[in-house]
Design a protein around this ligand. Structure first.
Ligand code: AMP
Length: 281
């Protein structure tokens, strides 16, 4: 696997690949890789001739300085994982490469970027859009792979691709979980033991409400989740929403007529965890 740090060298490598008619799959990440990231890489390797993963901890999407400062990273381990997954190139740009000057662009994706993560993390999706457009412009992939773990991010990326006419197929990949149900996340390593042992309550709550949707009103489902999280010692609910899977508009009633997703964000101590489940597909 090649390590490439500069857009110019990436251009050269890509030109060579394209001359050979290769379809290019792209997996953007912030490193501290786990099986969730690797599932995206595996999907790309299976269906594209060449796979490029990027590792870049993008400062503009962090609304909390401490979160950025504490974000985990271990390039050697990441390299090994990507190499054994048969990734062809890891793109590892520095800040100067991605932001040679301040990015002053303001993206407007409307409602889908304003609720939930958009509300709790002001500026987050603008930062995501800044880096993803830069990476898409650098890599120019045929397909890009994103996890459903970041459900709202996936919706924003789909809108970005539509709004800005990127000719890139966006592939959403299932959430990979630990054995006890906790969604894999780079931030999980930051959890203290007691927080980690309570964290599976998050997915448990989602599964429990999924089992109740036929017999329970939305407001009761919300109360159930709120109560369950408040009964733990170390978890604090940031938000819980049941939304239309396409528009992300909160729903008051669940019917079989449209897809509905339940989304949750929880603080485990200082670590913020998100998860979601499709209630109706
Ligand atoms: P990150 O490094 O957190 O920016 O994540 C990079 C990509 O991996 C994003 O598309 C995430 O949605 C995806 N991802 C992270 N965790 C998981 C997971 N547990 N299952 C599936 N995809 C994931």
């Amino acid at each position: 696997m090649q390590i490439i740090k500069h857009i110019q060298s990436l251009d050269k490598a890509l030109l060579k690949m394209r001359k050979q008619g290769a379809t290019i799959g792209f997996v953007p990440t912030m490193g501290a890789l786990h099986k969730g990231h690797l599932s995206l890489v595996n999907k790309s390797v299976q269906s594209c001739h060449s796979t490029i993963a990027s590792i870049y901890v993008n400062p503009t999407q962090f609304n909390n300085k401490n979160d950025l400062k504490n974000y985990p990273g271990n390039f050697k381990a990441d390299y090994e994982l990507l190499d054994s997954a048969k990734c062809d190139i890891v793109f590892l740009p520095g800040d100067k490469e991605m932001y040679p000057e301040q990015d002053k662009r303001h993206f407007n994706f409307g409602f889908i970027s304003e609720i939930m993560e958009g509300e709790m993390r002001p500026g987050h999706f603008n930062g995501v859009a800044q880096i993803v457009t830069k990476l898409f412009d650098a890599v120019k992939p045929d397909r890009a792979y994103f996890g459903k773990k970041d459900f709202q991010q996936l919706a924003v990326i789909r809108k970005l691709v539509d709004d800005y006419n990127y000719n890139i197929e966006i592939i959403g990949c299932p959430i990979v979980r630990e054995k006890d149900g906790l969604a894999m996340s780079s931030r999980n390593v930051l959890l203290k033991e007691a927080e980690r042992s309570e964290a599976p309550n998050i997915y448990e709550a989602l599964l429990q409400i999924k089992n109740k949707i036929e017999s329970t009103e939305v407001f009761e489902l919300k109360k159930f989740v709120k109560d369950k999280i408040s009964q733990t010692k170390h978890l604090k609910l940031d938000y819980f929403r049941i939304v239309d899977s396409k528009t992300l508009v909160p729903v008051n009633k669940i019917t079989n007529e449209k897809a509905v997703t339940a989304c949750i964000a929880v603080y485990a101590g200082k670590v913020r965890l998100i998860d979601n489940i499709d209630l109706i597909t």
